[in-house]
Write a protein that binds this ligand. Structure first.
Ligand code: SAH
Ligand code: SF4
Length: 376
């Protein structure tokens, strides 16, 4: 039997209804299939007990249940954080980080999936392990959606709730894979997740920021700033040479004006590189002018690089200089062995445990996930 080429994760409900009508089935079957596929409780069409057996076979011939095969899972933080390795049809590995926030008196529980948008990345930021890989390939929209479904599957098996938030902060530059990323956002919306609970993080592709604003999708935008002056940012984020700070700042302001959603700034703190008092002052001014919250992320070590985070105390002092707009969070008890958020490259070279520290910066960057700023 030849492998079906249409992926379930890449179909809207209307698309799936059309498939069922072609198979001579009533439309409501599509909703049934969707619910089960999203619940994470089944791993194939064969396990969909409410469907007639003949239909299960037909679906199997027609559609691919998952575009990514679920591989190894590593957990940390008493099971609240884990990293999944998923494998594409071509054998390429995709990383997805799962973070549970159990909630408390004031906060609802949240299950956040940090998805990759590409395998590798072409931007080449100085401090990033994914950047060292270069771009291997783009992920398809179905592969992005299926990372969220895979997370749902893992959580369902552990008795936790379904995914509630999605952040595009795994491997890759989401706006460099624009079409599939926007399609994935729309598909996830169609699968039942609100774009309001999604964050797209970018190193600063100005034309695509404007394009995203025009989509009228209420996602949050996080800008990976890392330096508030062009000379330094040119070195840290080579894309800055194409879209310097003045242009990026203007694009950030246009984005929040047209979507009504605030932009946040990410700033990886690197000892003796971008942690001087004048860097804090410049950052404070820039953040005030775009009215953005700043997430300070002590750099996680990466292979073949001397760059490290400043000592904890210095990070706190930096945060104080930036002021009330800034928050800083160290990883959940994993700081000492923290690795980069983009982990595949670091997996080989660093202790296994460090792979999990990805979650550290995700927790940092998704402001909605923070319970309270911990600087000062
Ligand atoms: N390419 C996008 C999204 C993926 S990277 C972007 O750059 O925004 C997600 C976040 O992880 C970015 O803010 C990035 O700067 C940060 N990051 C990359 N390498 C890191 C490291 N070694 N330590 C801490 N954060 C890192
Ligand atoms: Fe790419 Fe983001 Fe890493 Fe820069 S930080 S190399 S844009 S993944």
């Amino acid at each position: 039997m030849t492998k079906p080429h249409r992926e379930l994760g890449g179909l809207t409900l209307a698309d799936l209804q059309a498939v069922l009508v072609e198979l001579g089935q009533p439309r409501y079957r599509a909703t049934q299939i969707r619910e089960q596929a999203w619940s994470g409780r089944v791993g194939s069409f064969q396990e969909m007990a409410t469907l007639p057996v003949a239909l299960r076979h037909e679906l199997e011939a027609e559609l691919c249940f998952r575009s990514l095969e679920i591989g190894a899972e590593t957990t940390a933080d008493r099971g609240l954080t884990s990293k999944l390795l998923l494998r594409g049809h071509d054998g390429e590995e995709v990383e997805t980080v799962l973070i549970r926030h159990p909630g408390g008196a004031a906060a609802r529980p949240r299950n956040t999936v940090c998805v990759s948008s590409q395998i590798g990345c072409a931007i080449g930021c100085l401090f990033c392990a994914t950047g060292q890989l270069g771009l291997r390939r783009n992920l398809t929209a179905a592969e992005i959606v299926d990372q969220v479904r895979a997370a749902g599957h893992i959580w369902a098996a552990a008795g936790s709730g379904p995914p509630t938030n999605v952040v595009f902060m795994g491997m890759g530059e989401p706006l460099h894979n624009y079409g599939p990323v926007v399609e994935a956002i729309r598909l996830l919306q169609d699968w039942g997740l609100s774009p309001r609970h999604m964050v797209v993080s970018t190193s600063g592709l100005v034309p695509e920021i404007d394009r995203l604003a025009a989509e009228k999708l209420p996602v949050r935008l996080a800008i990976s700033l890392h330096a508030a002056n062009d000379l330094l940012r040119d070195r840290l984020v080579p894309l800055n040479r194409r879209y310097p700070l003045a242009e990026l700042k203007a694009a950030a302001m246009r984005f929040s004006a047209s979507t009504g959603r605030r932009v946040s700034l990410e700033y990886v703190l690197i000892a003796n590189v971008n942690d001087r008092p004048e860097d804090a002052v410049a950052l404070r001014q820039l953040a005030a002018s775009v009215r953005a919250h700043v997430n300070l992320i002590p750099m996680n070590p990466i292979p073949n690089s001397e760059l490290v985070a400043p000592p904890q105390r210095a990070c706190r002092e930096f945060a104080e200089m930036v002021g009330t707009r800034a928050s800083i969070r160290f990883s959940r008890g994993e700081r000492a062995t923290a690795a980069c958020g983009q982990l595949r490259a670091s997996m080989a070279a660093l202790p296994r445990r460090s792979a999990l520290a990805a979650a550290a910066h995700i927790e940092l960057v998704d402001g909605e996930m923070s319970t309270a700023p911990t600087h000062g």
